[in-house]
Design a binder for this molecule. Structure first.
Ligand code: ATP
Ligand code: SF4
Length: 313
């Protein structure tokens, strides 16, 4: 069975489209990988599979093996484009082996003849595809599998959870991370997501508020355009963990669009401790993407540590 050697399976949900769910999934996966975990990302957002583009592996092909598909190793696949860009690359995945920091991706995007093709399938076909993705992908041993879902709570979500509960043990299905934006409508949509999770018996691992405030590219001042702290208040109201707020930052959007991952600028000290820089990452062999120095590193680093703590109880 394709899920049997996966320790933790986590859904990423959002109440509505465009709140940055796929962007956040990408950064969570890269951060988990950087922290040494072996990670898989399953993109079941069938109408808009953007994860391959965010990992910069959209031209990769999945291999067909007996009984299923072999997911794309992100670091391997991104190596070529890194080298074409004249950037350094260290391969920590050692080909197909699931070493520390290995990162794999499976998405409908790899199967479409034309990457720009829109998928206009009816419910039953989508449901069948989701089932196939859960049963026919050779993930091998993984610490974490993140599943990027379509926005809202549709039939696809119900069949996804039903299939997961058949194919994985309750201990494997660690729960769901909900991504929201500060606007009221999005927040009220998130309430529906939380209710959905409760109804289908999936634990809410935490809420991430995205696009909270705008970071000025000139002076890095963060202005709160929408009401501040809505995500936190809502999380408290529903008694679910609040993982953090990601600002609307042109740098973030650039990182996402260019498949990059942030690291601490040289000499950054937090609580008296020298933080990881590009050189540290090179030394540990985990510099596998085109990393960029920016303040988002501590943010995602902290959120992922919190998430891992919650998952492991
Ligand atoms: N915090 C942020 N700062 C700046 N840009 C962001 C931020 N979060 C997301 N974006 C940008 O917003 C766009 C939409 O993000 P994304 O595709 O991740 O949303 P989504 O919720 O997954 O959408 P969909 O409903 O299509 O699945 C992307 O171009 C991304 O680069
Ligand atoms: S935040 Fe500061 S630098 Fe940015 S636009 Fe406003 S005044 Fe100018």
């Amino acid at each position: 069975m394709s899920l049997e050697n996966i320790k933790h399976i986590t859904l990423v949900l959002s109440g509505k489209g465009g709140v940055g769910k796929s962007s956040v999934t990408t950064q969570l996966a890269l951060t988990l990988s950087l922290q040494g975990y072996s990670v898989g990302v399953l993109d079941v957002d069938l109408t808009g599979p953007s994860i391959p583009r965010f990992f910069r592996i959209e031209s990769s092909k999945v291999r067909q093996a007996p009984g299923g598909w072999v997911p794309v190793p992100v670091h391997e696949a991104s190596k070529e484009s890194e080298e074409q860009n004249g950037n350094e690359h260290i391969d920590s995945t050692n080909g197909q082996s699931h070493g520390h920091g290995a990162l794999y991706c499976m998405s409908l995007g790899f199967l479409l003849a034309n990457r720009g093709d829109a998928v206009v399938w009816r419910g039953p076909k989508k449901t069948a595809m989701v089932r196939q993705f859960l049963s026919d992908v050779h993930w091998g041993a993984l610490d974490y599998l993140l599943i990027d879902t379509p926005p809202g709570t549709s039939d696809e979500h119900i069949s996804l959870v039903e299939t997961l509960l058949k194919q994985a043990t309750p201990a494997q299905l660690s729960g769901a991370v909900i991504v929201t934006t500060p606007q009221a409508i999005s927040i009220s949509d998130v309430k529906k997501e939380i209710n959905f999770c409760r109804k289908v018996g999936v634990k809410v691992l935490g809420v991430i508020e995205n696009m909270a405030g705008f970071v000025c590219p000139n002076c890095s001042e963060c202005s709160n355009i929408f009401s501040k702290g809505g995500g936190k208040v809502m999380a408290q109201e529903f008694d679910v963990p609040f993982l953090g707020s990601v600002p609307l930052d042109p740098m973030f959007s650039r990182l996402i669009e260019e498949g990059k991952r942030p690291f601490y600028p040289e000499g950054t000290v937090v609580d008296g401790k020298q933080m990881q820089t590009k050189d540290d990452l090179l030394e540990t062999g985990t510099l596998v993407q085109n990393y960029t120095a920016c303040s988002l590193f501590p943010l995602f680093d902290g959120m992922v540590k919190e998430l891992v703590k919650t998952i492991n109880g």
